[in-house]
Write a protein that binds this ligand. Structure first.
Ligand code: 9MG
Length: 287
C-alpha cells in the first residue's frame, strides 16, 4: 500500500538513516581512472582518506562504485568490480563505521557488499540485470532504483522519448516497484532516482528536474544525482572543475522538488546548500 507518505527513516543494515530531512551521499569512485597511480594500497588509502573527509563534512552515506557509468564507459566484469570495491567497503565499515552504499548492477557484487557490511545498494540499471532482483531482495538492504535509457556505452548518442520524459521515467519506476515487490523486495526498502544524465539530453534533464515533484506521488524517497554533470557544463559552458555553483543550484532545486538524498562530489558546500534550502522550506531548521 502507498499512503503517499515518504518514510522518515531507512534501516540500512545496522545504521538507521534519518531522512526526515534531506541527506547528502558522498561519491567515492574506485575505478582506475579515479586515482593517481601508485598501486592498489595507495589507492585504497586515498579512498579511505577521501571518505573520512566527506564524513567530516557531513555526508550521511558514502557511495562506492567500481564501474564507471559515465557516457561512453565500457562494462567491466563482476570480478573486476569486486576487486576494486570489496577492500574499500571492508575498511570503510571496519575503520570508519560508515554507512556505505555500493553502486553496482551485478548480483555477485550486491551479495558480497551486503556480506561486508554495506548498508545500501545503488543500481543505475534499476535491478534489471539477471539475478539482480533476487540478490537485492535477499540482501535485506534499501536499494536505489534508477531510470536509465540504454547502456552507458551508447546512452548519450541520440537520446529520444516518444512521450514526455517525466512520464516515461515515472512509468518505468512504477513498473520497477512492481517487479521488486513480486521478487520479495518490499517497497519500504526502495529509493527512486530519475537518473539525470542517463540517456537524456540537456533539455530532458532540465524538464525532468523541473517536474520531479510529480515523482513524490509514488510515496518513496527520491535520490537525485546531478553533481558536476554535463547538463551543467552545457548550460553554463563550464569545464568539470568549474561546476560547483551549478551543482549547488541543482541540489537546492532538487530538494525543493522532493529529493531526500543528494549524490554529490563536493560534500561540505552541498550540505550547506541543502540545509539552507530545507530551512526555508520548513521555516526553521537546526542541522
Ligand atoms: C552511479 N551514479 C552516477 N550518477 C548517478 C545518479 O544520478 N544516481 C545514482 N543513483 N547513481 C549514480
Amino acid at each position: 500500500m502507498n499512503d503517499g507518505q515518504v518514510a522518515s527513516a531507512l534501516q540500512c543494515g545496522r545504521h538507521r538513516l534519518d531522512i526526515s530531512y534531506p541527506r547528502v551521499m558522498g561519491i567515492l569512485n574506485v575505478t582506475p581512472d579515479s586515482f593517481s597511480d601508485g598501486g592498489q594500497h595507495v589507492a585504497i588509502d586515498d579512498a579511505l582518506r577521501h571518505a573520512e573527509r566527506m564524513l567530516a563534512e557531513g555526508a550521511a552515506i558514502i557511495d562506492v562504485g567500481g564501474e564507471s557509468t559515465r557516457p561512453g564507459a565500457v562494462e567491466v566484469s563482476s570480478q573486476q568490480e569486486l576487486d576494486r570495491v570489496a577492500p574499500v567497503v571492508e575498511r570503510l565499515v571496519r575503520e570508519l563505521d560508515a554507512l556505505v552504499s555500493v553502486d553496482t548492477s551485478a548480483p555477485e557484487v550486491m551479495r558480497e557488499a551486503a556480506a561486508l557490511g554495506a548498508g545500501m545498494l545503488n543500481d543505475v540499471r534499476g535491478l534489471r540485470r539477471e539475478g539482480a532482483l533476487g540478490a537485492a531482495a535477499l540482501s535485506g538492504l534499501p536499494v536505489c532504483v534508477m531510470h536509465m535509457a540504454g547502456e552507458p556505452e551508447t546512452m548519450q548518442r541520440a537520446p529520444g522519448y516518444e512521450q514526455p520524459v517525466e512520464e516515461v521515467v515515472a512509468a518505468f519506476l512504477e513498473a520497477r516497484i512492481r517487479a521488486c515487490e513480486a521478487a520479495g523486495l518490499r517497497r519500504e526498502r526502495l529509493i527512486l532516482d530519475p537518473g539525470f544524465g542517463f540517456g537524456k539530453s540537456v533539455e530532458h534533464n532540465l524538464r525532468l528536474l523541473n517536474r520531479m515533484a510529480g515523482l513524490t506521488d509514488l510515496g518513496l524517497p527520491i535520490l537525485a544525482g546531478m553533481s558536476r554533470k554535463s547538463m551543467i557544463g552545457k548550460v553554463l559552458e563550464r569545464p568539470v572543475e568549474e561546476r560547483l555553483p551549478g551543482s549547488l543550484a541543482l541540489a537546492a532545486l532538487a530538494v525543493e522538488r522532493g529529493a531526500r538524498i543528494l549524490r554529490v562530489h563536493d560534500v561540505g558546500p552541498s550540505v550547506d546548500a541543502v540545509n539552507m534550502t530545507w530551512a526555508v522550506m520548513e521555516e526553521g531548521f537546526t542541522p
